[in-house]
Design a protein around this ligand. Structure first.
Ligand SMILES: [Zn+2]
Length: 296
């Protein structure tokens, strides 16, 4: 399969924030299929921002307006869409925290998320709250590297069909989670090295899908300079060759590159954004909270 990411220099009107990756793929070795034009919409680190803030910025209603507009535009041009999230729905504002993020998880259903990574903040509350939240969502919460009593605690991946192509999405969660939350909340739970789990899953997913994506909550650390943090998306892409795209979260950055291995820290919403690319894998992340608009 060949795939190429296309930077779209376009500013979306509206207060919500999304990053957009367009991947065009064709598969010469299989029976002829029409080329797939796939638009991947992604968010991460929502952190309870289901309402607009005092300045009228972001909020899930605005996000839905934007997503629906993009979906309609893509459909009108013969394309397909996938909506992914990089995790950390929980924790940020009292209106959400006091309701165990019920508006947020149910809002994500209404926005039509296809899948989400599990973030470390999904373990901020006692296990009974996470269990309740899992019953609220109608899309898969994915984590291949979280084990409870020796078994995977979440669905490790999901396979989506778009335009006759299969797209596998695996979920991965930072192993730093074990030192970021109350021990009582993760009793019996093990966070294995995400890259090791990705390497194990990749051949299986390559065998059944045309494209393999990782929805991660691991952080983007330019050139792998991660300080005290567990390895993030850059390190995983370098270790595990064969992922087409990583949709990330956790470090809460606009992953727009100024040069190789150098993130543009002066990035301003509305500018064109060049995603990171490591070892053949595209890496994207949409900052946080759905708070501004950008497209990749
Ligand atoms: Zn996080």
């Amino acid at each position: 399969m060949r795939s190429a990411a296309v930077a779209i220099a376009r500013r979306w009107a509206g207060p919500a924030s999304l990053a957009l990756a367009a991947l065009l793929g064709s598969c010469a070795s299989l029976a002829p299929r029409a080329p797939l034009k796939l638009t991947i919409l992604h968010t991460n680190d929502h952190h309870g921002r289901f309402w607009t803030n005092a300045d009228g910025e972001y909020g899930m209603a605005a996000r839905k307006t934007l997503i629906d507009r993009i979906r309609a535009e893509v459909a009108a041009s013969g394309g397909q869409t996938l909506l992914l999230d990089g995790g950390d729905v929980n924790t940020g504002v009292p209106e959400s925290d006091l309701q165990d993020a019920e508006p947020d998880f149910k809002g994500m259903n209404l926005l039509g998320y296809d899948a989400s990574a599990v973030g470390n903040h999904e373990f901020d509350k006692p296990p009974a709250v996470l269990a309740k939240q899992r019953t609220w969502v109608n899309y898969p919460l994915l984590a291949a590297n979280i084990y409870k009593d020796g078994q995977r605690m979440f669905q490790p991946y999901a396979v989506f069909e778009r335009g006759g192509y299969k797209i596998a999405v695996m979920g991965l969660t930072t192993d730093d989670t074990q030192k970021m939350v109350l021990p009582a909340n993760i009793a019996g739970i093990e966070f294995r090295k995400p890259a090791d789990e990705a390497a194990k899953l990749l051949p299986e997913l390559r065998g059944q899908a045309d494209m393999v994506i990782a929805a991660t909550h691991m952080g983007h650390y330019p050139d792998g300079n991660r300080g005290v943090n567990a390895p993030g998306d850059v390190e995983m892409a370098r270790q595990v060759r064969g992922l087409d795209l990583i949709v990330g979260g956790h470090s809460q950055n606009p992953v727009c590159m100024a040069a190789e291995n150098q993130r543009n820290e002066a990035y301003v919403p509305g500018q064109a954004c060049a995603p990171d690319r490591q070892n053949g894998t595209w890496i994207v992340q949409a900052h946080e909270w759905g708070k501004y608009c950008w497209t990749c």
